[in-house]
Design a protein around this ligand. Sequence first.
Ligand SMILES: Nc1ncnc2c1ncn2[C@@H]1O[C@H](COP(=O)(O)OP(=O)(O)OP(=O)(O)O)[C@@H](O)[C@H]1O
Length: 246
Amino acid sequence: MSDAIIRLQDVNKWYGQFHVLRHVNLEVAPGERIVICGPSGSGKSTMIRCINRLEEHQQGQIIVDGTELTNDLKQIETIRKDVGMVFQHFNLFPHLTVLQNLTLGPMWVLKKSRAEAEATAMKYLERVRIPDQANKFPGQLSGGQQQRVAIARSLCMHPKIMLFDEPTSALDPEMVKEVLDVMVTLAEESGMTMLCVTHEMGFARKVADRVIFMDRGEIIEQNTPDAFFDSPQNERTKLFLSQILH
Ligand SMILES: Nc1ncnc2c1ncn2[C@@H]1O[C@H](COP(=O)(O)OP(=O)(O)OP(=O)(O)O)[C@@H](O)[C@H]1O
């Protein structure tokens, strides 16, 4: 795939003696939507955190939007602008209002005026369906609303790529759907490249172009959602799916 927006080539990473990413190869096309699943501890978070340099790989190459990731600080700044991330825990600033959380990056990193940053923030709060919460503090919102603020905050930076690390797993069950609905709309309307670590298989079937299964630091199997769920090939994939789908 010559026009890949993300390319991992034989990527290896260790935490001390522990080989957490083993010879990972992955190419992601612009606009592609990928769901990553696998058992706890299989390296899913580590892999996506390497893509925005929250974690550093030790061997191999990671190329994002044509640039190989290194330790260059300027480059890391650019990567963080281009690659938005939504975490399991929302990581909002509790002492800032929703609007202030959303305007911080655009004003200080993108050097936008307050008026422009606020207009963008309101646009994305509409997109995540909570424009009426702009002046509240995160602690006054439900978990689902806070996660939608976190998604809007990433969008305000106009990223080329969005990474989601188990965005619904810290939410009460009744809040999961509202966040997934926002993500589905985002996937369908934005054309943005998305990588999402999740076990929400309904979401995967609905929006993913490709589902990737990781186990023990390796990509074991990948396929279109229908082929992946309906006829998994690898025994480890089958076992994993039998555990999460029943
Ligand atoms: N900073 C760290 N230092 C040492 N070990 C770590 C560190 N971060 C993660 N690990 C270990 O690396 C392994 C992979 O972690 P990672 O979070 O990438 O897995 P995961 O597949 O995302 O798991 P989960 O679904 O539980 O979040 C785990 O065994 C974890 O304990």
